[in-house]
Design a protein around this ligand. Structure first.
Ligand code: TXA
Ligand code: MG
Length: 322
């Protein structure tokens, strides 16, 4: 997007937000469904558009770090350190919320999730809007997150006032949510920023949700394609595909290396490199959902770095389709 187009897009997005409308906005992780966080009708529209249960809290997106204390209080020193190191970027901080934060945003939680995205379009909109913007992933509840404007158009159709097309999201997987509302920081959702990167600032490798209060939805099936997803060990993919085909199923096998497959199975090449896999995964699943496969078969990548978030999403998607 050139300078002039960016300027026009930012102006239009701010206008729609000010009027209480919904804008699908590209971020570096996934497309967000943006609305003015302080406009309760606009926030209600977000829940309605996504068919999202009201108890599922939303992330408030900010344009600058100075806004942090308008939403959170008792902010620990580590939160500032993480913010300084990783914002703007794929990190969401879970902090104690100020009592005046509207209940509808946080679904009854005592915490608030905050993030400054690094995508130039999202950041420019937030800086121009100068106030908090809620932006859950711009998909229907429980479905795959969108990493292209086209995914939003297909999924939410006329429920969005404007889809701002900023091309593909570069990271391709949602932000990492770090819970700093309790004594020991932990990861509430693995995402686009690795635990190893966080450890460099925290001084220890944060664990997964040991202290995190379970939020509605966190244990449920999420991030799922429509087609059934089955996981198998890499060495079992061929035999698993053969068995499924023998049952009369049409199978897509997602794997970096080509393999010998029966006639009713199709090999779909996915990147081995983790950042590239994160960048492509949702788009591949969106694409395969449009084709008539009965089963998508794949294995989990290595679980370090971005692999932790990828494993999380694949396991949830597989559970959802059991
Ligand atoms: O990368 C992202 O984080 C994207 C982009 C658009 O910014 N947004 C996103 O939002 O993934 P959403 O709503 O699809 O997922 C946010 C997750 C939900 O699982 C929600 O339960 C959790 O964050 N969450 C939000 N506020 C919370 C809170 N106060 N306490 C605990 N969990 C919270
Ligand atoms: Mg989501």
């Amino acid at each position: 997007m050139d300078e002039k187009a960016l300027h026009g897009a930012v102006e239009k997005a701010v206008e729609v937000l000010k009027q209480g409308g919904l804008v699908a906005l590209p971020t570096e992780t996934v497309y967000g469904l943006a609305a003015d966080a302080l406009n309760s009708e606009a926030v209600a529209k977000v829940f309605a558009a996504k068919a999202r249960p009201h108890k599922h809290p939303l992330i408030v997106h900010l344009g600058s770090m100075e806004e942090l204390s308008q939403w959170a209080h008792n902010i620990p020193e580590l939160a500032w350190k993480l913010a300084k190191q990783f914002w703007p970027g794929p990190l969401t901080l879970l902090l104690q919320r100020r009592p005046e934060v509207p209940e509808a945003i946080v679904g009854g939680q005592k915490t608030i999730a905050l993030r400054i995205p690094s995508h130039p379009v999202a950041l420019a909109v937030l800086k121009a809007f100068k106030s908090g913007v809620v932006a859950p992933s711009a998909n229907s509840f429980g479905h795959l997150s969108p990493t292209l404007a086209e995914h939003v158009r297909q999924g939410l159709k006329e429920k969005v006032d404007w889809v701002l097309d900023g091309g593909p999201c570069c990271i391709g997987i949602e932000s990492t949510i770090v819970d700093l509302s309790r004594e020991r920081p932990s990861i509430a959702r693995p995402g686009g920023l690795s635990a190893e990167a966080l450890a460099q600032v925290l001084g220890f490798l944060p664990e997964r949700g040991i202290n995190a209060q379970p939020v509605p939805g966190s244990a449920h099936a999420h991030y799922a394609p429509q087609t059934r997803l089955v996981l198998a060990k890499p060495e079992a993919l061929e035999s698993c595909a053969t068995q499924l085909c023998a049952e009369g199923k049409r199978v897509a096998v997602l794997h970096p290396q080509k393999m010998a497959l029966p006639e009713n199975a199709q090999w779909v090449c996915i990147p081995e490199d983790l950042p590239q896999l994160a960048h492509r995964l949702y788009a591949v699943l969106h694409e395969l959902d449009k084709q008539r496969f009965d089963v998508l078969l794949t294995s989990l990548p290595q679980a370090d770095g971005l692999g932790s978030a990828l494993c999380d999403r694949l396991v949830r998607a597989a559970n959802a389709s059991l």
